[in-house]
Design a protein around this ligand. Structure first.
Ligand SMILES: [Ca+2]
Ligand SMILES: [Ca+2]
Ligand SMILES: [Ca+2]
Ligand SMILES: [Ca+2]
Length: 275
């Protein structure tokens, strides 16, 4: 028989799922007026992109989509504070041809060794993925039509599988392949602040037509006002098979939980005024 406590937990879970799916965060992602150089330096566009500041486990645990079994860090016995284990700022922007993706990551250890190496196992390594749907719809789909994950393993050796593309199509789900070389450009800068070998900056651009155009025949070149789905998945095993895992703006592979990414025109940098 189900205890009243587990029944209550079950009801809570149902409530939080229902509330969350009806209430995905709305993220206004600016267009870049000038295309950035993809060189591992975000300076020319980070002030003009969408970012909502630093994510760490303390912030994540107060997010409505937080699930402690999946949004977690790993204890290998000699960990630094949870804040030093992983924190990151993520940057997202677009123009008529490309998505621009960036991250500034503070991580205590660079782990790009998969205990059972296989191309599609990016989540067994330090990796940041943008899970997206374009155009966004209300149907819950799991890497079906319109769904695209753009994943970047923090591996300076840059094997082909380090820039990975998981996507759907009108008749298939979970298609797994490296991002075609013609569709992606990216750079990693390791230890950019001379602080930790695990720190890195990622700067990437992904060709929209070569990806979304393949996954959904309804896709059209982006315009201000278009709505995409967006979730960021950041894995941080730091040794061992599977470990730290941040999920931001959604609950996992179900695209109906992704944040609502609204394409907007160019934004101005944060304003600072004289006193
Ligand atoms: Ca740059
Ligand atoms: Ca870490
Ligand atoms: Ca959908
Ligand atoms: Ca790591």
């Amino acid at each position: 028989m189900m205890s009243s406590r587990s029944l209550f937990a079950g009801i809570l879970l149902m409530c939080s799922t229902a509330v969350w799916s009806a209430d995905s965060p709305t993220l206004y992602v600016p267009r870049l007026a000038a295309p950035p150089a993809i060189d591992g330096d975000l300076a020319e566009w980070k002030e003009l992109a969408f970012t909502d500041g630093v994510w760490d486990i303390y912030r994540l645990r107060h997010a409505p989509w937080f699930e402690p079994a999946r949004n977690r860090l790993t204890d290998h016995g000699d960990e630094p504070s949870p804040a030093e284990d992983l924190q990151a700022r993520y940057y997202t922007a677009w123009d008529e041809n490309y998505l621009y993706l960036g991250a500034e990551v503070r991580d205590n250890a660079n782990d790009v060794e998969d205990p059972e190496p296989a191309d599609k196992r990016w989540y067994f390594q330090d990796c940041i993925c943008w899970f997206m749907e374009g155009p966004r719809d209300e149907a819950p789909e799991f890497f079906g039509q319109g769904d695209n994950a753009f994943c970047f393993v923090a591996d300076v050796r840059r094997p082909p599988a380090a820039a990975w593309w998981r996507h759907g199509s009108p008749d298939s789900t979970y298609l797994e392949e490296p991002l075609p070389a013609a569709a992606v450009e990216y750079q990693l800068r390791m230890d950019p602040w001379g602080r930790s070998q695990g720190d890195f900056i990622l700067e990437a651009r992904v060709d929209l037509r070569a990806t979304f155009g393949k996954s959904d025949p309804r896709w059209a070149p982006p315009q201000v006002g278009d709505e995409y789905g967006l979730e960021i998945v950041h894995t941080d095993p730091d040794g061992g098979p599977y470990g730290g895992h941040f999920i931001v703006y959604g609950t996992g592979d179900d695209d109906s939980t992704f944040g609502r990414m609204i394409l907007v025109g160019p934004s101005a940098p944060v304003e600072r005024r004289k006193q």
